[in-house]
Design a protein around this ligand. Structure first.
Ligand code: ARG
Length: 336
């Protein structure tokens, strides 16, 4: 989660081919004029998405955090403020973020699982604020399976950048560990205050923070994002957000983490951190996998994937005892 500490950027944007003054004007537009798709969602539909999501997140309801309020001028996140945040560890190190969407499922980015398809190399952590300190609410999970979207890398180097991670045992919900709601397929994004969270780099030099960072990122209109990155780089399964004024963005290590917005007191995930050109450059917003584009796929897999086989040592030893008793009693008559 990077914040540019320097003044106006130098670097990649200097070679930008379009009129800088026009782009600057666009950057200065207040977030209220920043639209993302066609129409505003009527309140009734907003209720509908909670109901839909409720089907896959039985209890408690998704997107209901218990810690309220914002840290003024700060970037460290309070414990319990982002209770759906997960950390993806690879061979013992944090490499990516994720979000809890169900008792067995964490949503993340496909490219986080790219380097190794061996699920045993990954671990998931939830209820974590400081990467080095397991708190009272921290839970650790092994990975049962990773489902990567079939279009990942098919039409674009990082298109379809979404992955579903099924953990081996159930995530126990508490005030600090809760699921986020998944944006419904037709969700319209308009005039939203959205937040990205993660343990990624906090400077362009690559400094990191062990404390979970949060950043408020206004949505960047799809067409403006295409103008900035180029038509072919931004696909309909992506969305862009960036804070041009304060030059804040997601950065390396934030990938897979959520971009969430509050709709009528319910937090909904609209994006998964995917990629970007550098960090905190005003010309280049962060690009996210557009969750609404994938929500049917997400629900389909959550509803149709069998739960992991539970290791039940107590039961199996009881079973073993029953079987050996049975065998003995079956064998008994022949011995007679
Ligand atoms: N892809 C990166 C990761 O794996 C981070 C994505 C955001 N990057 C950016 N430059 N804004 O963590």
């Amino acid at each position: 989660m990077a914040t540019a500490l320097t003044g106006p950027r130098t670097g990649p944007g200097e070679s930008w081919p379009t009129t800088p003054s026009l782009l600057l004007l666009l950057f200065l537009l207040p977030p209220t004029q920043v639209e993302a798709t066609a129409h505003r969602h009527p309140a009734s539909e907003e209720v509908a998405f909670s109901r839909d999501v409720g089907r896959t997140s039985p209890s408690p309801a998704c997107g209901q955090r218990h810690v309220q309020g914002k840290i003024l001028g700060g970037v460290d996140a309070l414990e319990g403020k982002w209770p759906w945040q997960a950390s993806v560890h690879f061979v013992g190190f944090h490499i990516c973020g994720g979000s809890i969407i169900d008792e067995y499922w964490i949503l993340s980015a496909a490219h986080c699982f790219d380097r190794n398809r061996n699920t045993e190399a990954f671990d998931m952590y939830v209820g974590l604020v400081d990467l080095n300190v397991a708190g009272n609410h921290t839970q650790w999970f092994e990975v049962n399976r990773v489902i990567i979207h079939p279009t990942y890398e098919l039409y674009h180097p990082v298109g379809g950048d979404i992955a579903l991670v099924q953990v081996k045992t159930r995530i126990v919900f508490s005030d600090s560990v809760l699921p986020i709601c998944i944006a419904p397929p037709d969700l319209t994004l308009w005039n939203l205050s959205c937040w990205a969270t993660g343990w990624g780099s906090i400077s362009r030099k690559g400094d990191t923070s062990n404390k979970l960072q949060e950043v408020q990122l206004p949505l960047v209109p799809f067409h403006l994002c295409r103008l900035l990155y180029g038509q072919t780089d931004i696909l309909p399964d992506m969305l862009c957000a960036g804070n041009f004024k304060d030059m804040k963005s997601a950065c390396e290590g934030d990938s897979g983490g959520p971009l969430v917005c509050e709709f009528d007191r319910t937090w909904v995930q609209i994006g998964v951190v995917s990629w970007g050109q550098g960090c905190a450059y005003p010309m280049y917003p962060t690009v996210f996998a557009r969750v609404s584009f994938f929500s049917k796929w997400i629900h389909h897999h959550i509803e149709n994937t069998p739960l992991p086989l539970q290791p039940l040592p107590a039961l199996s030893s009881t079973l073993g005892a029953i079987i050996s008793v049975l065998m003995t009693s079956l064998a008994a008559p022949s011995m007679l």
